[in-house]
Design a protein around this ligand. Structure first.
Ligand SMILES: NC(=O)c1ccc[n+]([C@@H]2O[C@H](COP(=O)([O-])OP(=O)(O)OC[C@H]3O[C@@H](n4cnc5c(N)ncnc54)[C@H](OP(=O)(O)O)[C@@H]3O)[C@@H](O)[C@H]2O)c1
Length: 299
C-alpha cells in the first residue's frame, strides 16, 4: 500500500476547478507540481472527446477529480440520470483516459455512501448502504474509479467547507457555498434557525483536506481511503459553534431529521475513521473545532 519513495508529481490536471475542494487542492499543491485546473465550462467530464483532448493538452502525471453533482436533495426529484452522468459516467470517462495515459485518477466520494446504522467511525471495510440518489451515484463512481486501475484512489470525505469563489459559492448551483457560510448568512437575517440534531459526522476544512490528499497521493499506491478532520458533532451543535465563533446572536432550534423533512434521507451517523490514511503516512488532521475557528477567523 505504501510506496517506498514518495511520488513526485510534475503536473496535475484538476477537474471541476470552481469547486471548493478543487480550489483548495490547487492552493495546497507541492511546489514542484504544476496544476492545470479546468472548470466545468472548460471541461465537462462526461464528454469523452473533451476529456481525451484535455489529457492530450495537459499531459498530466495525475488527475484529481473535483467535479461532482452534489445536489443531494434536488437529486431525489431530478432523478438518477443527472447524478449518474457526472458522478458515474464522468468518472468512467476520466478513468478511461487515465488508463490510456497510464496515470492515476484521484476521485472523491462521500460519507453518505453509508446507511448510518453504526455509532463508531466507519472504516473502509464497512459495507456501504446509500440512502438516496446522490449517495447511490457516488458509490457507483467509487466502484468505477477503483475497478479501472489499482493505482486509482477513491477518497471518501465528509461535510466540506472552506474558501469559495468570488461570488461566495463553490458551485454555481449552491448559492450559499457551504454550511458555515449558510449559517452565518441566515443567523444575521433571522432570530432563530432550525437545524437537525440527529445527524452526526465531521465538518472538514478543505485546506486541511487538500494538504492530506497531497500527502496521500505521494505516499500510497492507490485504493479506497477515508479523510476528514478529527472528532464528530451533530449539525445543531455545529451551528451553535459557528454562531459562537462568528459572534452571531441567533438561536438554534434543534429538530429531528424527520421533523426537518429534507427530500433526501441522510445517514444519522457517518463519521469516517482515518486510520488507513494515517498508516499510509498522512499526518492526522486536527480537530474540526480548531479548523472551523481558523476558517471563521478568515471571513
Ligand atoms: N461538499 C460536501 O459537503 C461534500 C461532502 C462529502 C463529499 N463531497 C465530495 O467531495 C467532492 C468535492 O466537493 P465540493 O464541495 O468541492 O463540490 P462543489 O464545490 O460543488 O464543486 C463541484 C464542481 O464540479 C463542477 N461540475 C459539475 N458538473 C460537472 C461536469 N459535468 N464536468 C465538470 N465539472 C462539473 C461544478 O461546476 P459549477 O461550479 O459550474 O456548478 C463545481 O464547480 C465531490 O466529489 C463531492 O461529492 C462533498
Amino acid at each position: 500500500m505504501k510506496i517506498s519513495e514518495p511520488r513526485r508529481l510534475s503536473k496535475a490536471l484538476i477537474t471541476g476547478a470552481n469547486g471548493q475542494l478543487a480550489r483548495a487542492l490547487m492552493r495546497a499543491a507541492p511546489p514542484e507540481t504544476e496544476c492545470a485546473g479546468l472548470t466545468r465550462a472548460e471541461l465537462d467530464i462526461a464528454d469523452e472527446q473533451a476529456v481525451a483532448q484535455a489529457m492530450q493538452a495537459a499531459r498530466p502525471d495525475l488527475v484529481l477529480n473535483g467535479a461532482a453533482y452534489n445536489l443531494v436533495d434536488k437529486a431525489e426529484s431530478e432523478g438518477m440520470d443527472a447524478a449518474l452522468r457526472v458522478n458515474a459516467l464522468g468518472v468512467a470517462r476520466l478513468a478511461q483516459a487515465c488508463r490510456a495515459a497510464s496515470v492515476p485518477l484521484v476521485h472523491f466520494s462521500t460519507d453518505f455512501v453509508f446507511g448510518g446504522e453504526k455509532n463508531t467511525p466507519y472504516t473502509e471495510h464497512d459495507t456501504p448502504r446509500p440512502l438516496g440518489v446522490y449517495a447511490a451515484s457516488k458509490l457507483a463512481g467509487e466502484h468505477i474509479a477503483l475497478a479501472a486501475s489499482e493505482r486509482n484512489f477513491a477518497i471518501r470525505v465528509c461535510r466540506l467547507y472552506g474558501p469559495t469563489g468570488e461570488d461566495g459559492a463553490g458551485s454555481s448551483k449552491k448559492p450559499s457555498g457551504n454550511f458555515p457560510l449558510l449559517m452565518l448568512r441566515l443567523g444575521r437575517e433571522r432570530d432563530a434557525v432550525r437545524v437537525v440534531n440527529d445527524q452526526v459526522g465531521t465538518p472538514t476544512y478543505t485546506p486541511d483536506l487538500a494538504s492530506a490528499v497531497w500527502q496521500l497521493v505521494a505516499k500510497a499506491d492507490g485504493g479506497l481511503f477515508h479523510l476528514s478532520n478529527a472528532g464528530e458533532v451533530a449539525f445543531d451543535e455545529y451551528a451553535r459553534e459557528i454562531f459562537r465563533l462568528g459572534g452571531v446572536e441567533c438561536a438554534v432550534e434543534s429538530v429531528t431529521s424527520e421533523e426537518y423533512g429534507a427530500p433526501a434521507r441522510r445517514p444519522l451517523y457517518s463519521t469516517l475513521a482515518n486510520d488507513k490514511a494515517h498508516a499510509a503516512g498522512v499526518a492526522p488532521l486536527r480537530d474540526w473545532r480548531e479548523a472551523l475557528a481558523e476558517f471563521i477567523g478568515t471571513l
